[in-house]
Design a binder for this molecule. Sequence first.
Ligand code: MG
Length: 182
Amino acid sequence: MKKRALFLDRDGVVNEEVGYLHRTDEVRFVDGIFSLCRTAAGLGYRLIVVTNQAGIARGYYTEADFERLMQFMRDELRAEEVELDAVYYCPFHPEHGVGKYKLEHDDRKPGTGMLRRGAREFGVELSDSILVGDRCSDVGAANAAGLRQAFLINGTETGGCGGDYLQVDSLAEVERWLMERG
Ligand SMILES: [Mg+2]
């Protein structure tokens, strides 16, 4: 079986976008995320979250807060029979970061650092892997890393993004694509 990954942006893809999510009582999972993840895992995809966390850079919440929230989300996902293989986050921002977090970093999408890390740590082929995001920066990272396919969920971006991607209205459409194409 091919070694490949389903890269998932977090905010707007795994959970509903609320803006700098950091409280467990604000977590609402996006419709279809559990089923998409189960189907992808069944097809042999690693499940890897790749998330820009400018809220850490800006000092709105800490890395420990982020880790706690992710533990909560991973537990909720596990109850739905979804096991994430990894969660990568970028806590830096080149302009709005405070202190050590004010940094231009290739992990920050559209940089490809987190995707390349997934390839390195799990031995996945980026050209066989896919990504689901809700921003042009997600699509940009996927294209720059040479992924097989990027999906953009409608709703967050108002304008069109450059590059190659499939625009979808729901995660169910991504799941159907996976089931048809493997
Ligand atoms: Mg997002």
